[in-house]
Ligand binder design. Structure first.
Ligand code: AMP
Length: 299
């Protein structure tokens, strides 16, 4: 049972909290049958303003707003932070209530993945073989599988994802298209701290010094955009300048890539819609960020 998610179903101030998979599916089926447009925001909880921006968008675009809070074990690799991933369901529930969520789905891992669970959704090829997929083997298989399951349970008309996890959003768009899933996918901009750090549930792992070093991801992206605006078109020079800034601040880059935003292949010549994507370790914490080389960004 997720922390604080103590009842399979309860109504409180018009928010319904469901942990039972069948009950959730039945509730959503009934809402659909009643002609309600379901907007869905899947999360791993420990909500912050990034999640809330998705919820506000969902509130605007759906009749019914569904939030899932599920720390999905299948997308964590061995040695990753599954056990220490932050959880605070009571706080999530309060924030969800304030954001106008109608239904929170917070299943137990054992119900989502019974002991004999043997199915998976795999989006293969370049989309998942690069960036996060290359660094975290099995991660996107875990993501695609849980998102497909959540879509089948919640049956949303619209599902919202953050561009913070830009590769994830691209791969889910591909999965929906190729598997003919009847759900509209949309993405929302990255929400950042005032100093540029992209909000992440993992930011709370950072000590004071690490928090300072973590700023280098957004600073490096800003620098890359400046260089591009100044005429630099060589992706290697953009990447090496970003890497230099990261290391100088005490962050250890795992990758700095300049990729095509659709196929995610490295570009030979940087164009305005190419995306610079960064993963870096700050102490024990692994952070990711990205930005297009030109055009709107929240940096
Ligand atoms: P997570 O709980 O980390 O799995 O994230 C749930 C959703 O929130 C995903 O679609 C993320 O891309 C999105 N998200 C996380 N952080 C941010 C952020 N700083 N800005 C916008 N969306 C975010």
């Amino acid at each position: 049972m997720p922390l604080g998610c103590s009842a399979s179903s309860q109504y409180q101030d018009f928010i319904k909290i469901v942990s039972d998979v069948d009950e959730m599916q039945r509730s959503c089926q009934a809402l659909r049958a009643a002609g309600k447009r379901i907007a869905f925001v899947p999360t791993m909880g420990y909500l912050h303003e990034g999640h809330l921006s998705l919820l506000h968008e969902g509130r605007r675009r759906g009749d019914v707003l569904v939030l899932s809070v599920f720390v999905n074990p299948a997308q964590f690799g061995a040695g990753e932070d599954l056990d220490r991933y932050p959880r605070d369901f009571a706080r999530d529930e309060q924030l969800a209530r304030e954001a106008g969520v109608d239904l929170i789905f917070c299943p137990q891992a054992e119900e989502v993945y019974p002991p004999d669970f043997s199915s998976a959704v795999d989006v293969e090829g370049a989309l998942t073989g690069t960036l996060e997929g290359a660094c975290r083997p099995g991660h996107f298989r875990g993501v695609a599988t849980v998102v497909a399951k959540l879509f089948n349970i919640v049956q949303p008309h619209l599902a919202l994802f953050g561009r913070k996890d830009f590769q994830q959003a691209v791969l889910i768009g591909r999965m929906v298209e190729e598997l003919n899933l009847d759900v509209e996918i949309d993405t929302a901009p990255i929400v950042r701290e005032e100093d540029g750090l992209a909000l992440s549930s993992r930011n709370q792992y950072l000590s004071g010094d690490e928090r300072e070093a973590a700023r280098s991801l957004s600073r490096a992206l800003r620098r890359v955009r400046e260089l591009f605006a100044g005429g630099e078109r060589d992706p290697d020079r953009l990447r090496s300048e970003a890497g230099r800034l990261l290391r100088r601040a005490g962050a250890e880059p795992e990758y700095v890539a300049v990729v095509d935003p659709r196929g995610l292949e490295p570009v030979e010549q940087a164009g305005p819609d190419a995306v610079c994507a960064i993963a870096a370790h700050v102490g024990e914490t692994r952070l990711i960020d990205n930005a297009p080389l030109a055009g709107p960004s929240t940096l």
